[in-house]
Design a protein around this ligand. Structure first.
Ligand code: 13P
Ligand code: SF4
Length: 331
């Protein structure tokens, strides 16, 4: 007899005191089973406030890891410890190299304030925390950079060059990207690491032109992980939650093309919403988690042999938590 995964997941969630968490980019079958959904910032805040001892996190590695760092008393499991490709573009030594790049060009280490996008490993967050820096997400980057600037220091922004540049443009700041042309830290306010999201690089000016020609007056809404020229050409840019809000507040007859991950755009609203790309912008690792994986993870708790548990060493967790808490304190 085949297993009714949905019924079994519901039963185990309640019997075992487990909270299932899912990011918006998860497949519908997984997303529908979640108790907590949201953008990266909302997930971090709501998991911290949640009372259950177990969290099963459906998303990518840095997300589950952030919950473990903020709430170390919780047991955090991931059906798949799938990696965010952008988060994997930087590690501790690449972070140190970026700091050294600035130091070699005349900026004292004490005059650098690092900010890391939440899409990074705990080791990077920890190094950022030790240098007095903070974490940010796509929904609060403006406020976090603004706060960082109060220190009078240069901002080292890692790992997403697009997010760093997009917010620098919004704030009227000068930015440059290490490894791209002449990046002189003395001339810039925000110095960006050269990381990016391959999914959000798919959206092009040709895509925008195609939709504007086909449907005059169509709105274009994109995630700030898109290239700055895409964000500048769009009508709106925001985090996944902000994109959902923007689209839901449009008149139902108004057309909108959205530049972010396929599962989310497909779920937004059935009528008059288009994916801003001729190829399917699927985040491969977000899509790895299946309903069966979720079932097997809960079953492993029931059987007393939890699988894929997130572990972060004490030193890393301490400083990564400090960097995350500095962010969470800013409203
Ligand atoms: P949000 O914080 O907007 O949910 O973004 C996370 C992400 O990985 C986007 O690619
Ligand atoms: Fe990472 Fe891009 Fe996937 Fe978001 S969409 S999780 S940034 S690879």
């Amino acid at each position: 007899m085949s297993i009714d995964y949905k019924a079994e997941i519901e039963r185990m969630k309640h019997e075992l005191d487990v909270t299932v968490v899912a990011h918006f980019y998860q497949r519908d079958e997984v997303f529908d089973m979640a108790d907590i959904t949201g953008d990266s910032l909302e997930l971090a805040r709501r998991c911290q406030a949640d009372k259950n001892p177990w969290v099963v996190f459906c998303g990518v590695g840095f997300m589950g890891q952030s919950v473990k760092v903020i709430a170390p008393e919780k047991r955090v499991l991931m059906p798949k410890i799938a990696c965010c490709a952008m988060a994997r573009m930087i590690d501790g030594s690449y972070f140190d190299d970026s700091v050294n790049y600035m130091v070699e060009r005349g900026i004292a280490k004490e005059d650098i304030l690092p900010i890391t996008y939440i899409n990074s490993d705990a080791t990077v967050k920890s190094k950022v925390g030790e240098m007095g820096g903070m974490v940010c997400t796509s929904s609060n980057a403006f406020k976090i950079i603004e706060k960082g600037l109060e220190s009078g220091k240069k901002i080292l922004f890692v790992p997403d060059r697009c997010l760093g540049q997009n917010f620098a443009i919004q704030m009227g700041l000068k930015s440059c990207v290490i490894g791209e042309g002449e990046c002189d830290p003395k001339e810039a306010d925000v110095i960006c690491f050269n990381g990016f999201c391959s999914v959000h690089q798919l959206f092009t000016l040709d895509d925008i032109e195609f939709y504007r020609n086909k449907y005059p007056g169509i709105k274009i809404a994109v995630h700030p992980e898109c290239d700055p020229k895409i964000v500048l050409a769009a009508d709106f840019s925001g985090s996944t939650s902000q994109l959902i809000k923007y689209v839901s507040e449009l008149d139902p007859e108004e057309k909108v093309a959205v530049g972010t991950e396929y599962n989310l755009v497909n779920r937004m609203r059935k009528k008059n919403t288009y994916v801003l790309s001729s190829t399917k912008p699927e985040c491969p690792t977000m899509n790895e988690t299946t309903l069966e994986d979720l079932y097997l993870t809960l079953k492993s708790i029931e059987d007393g042999q939890p699988i894929n548990e997130i572990v972060v060493d004490e030193h890393t967790a301490k400083w990564a938590n400090i960097a995350l808490q500095r962010m969470l304190e800013i409203r």
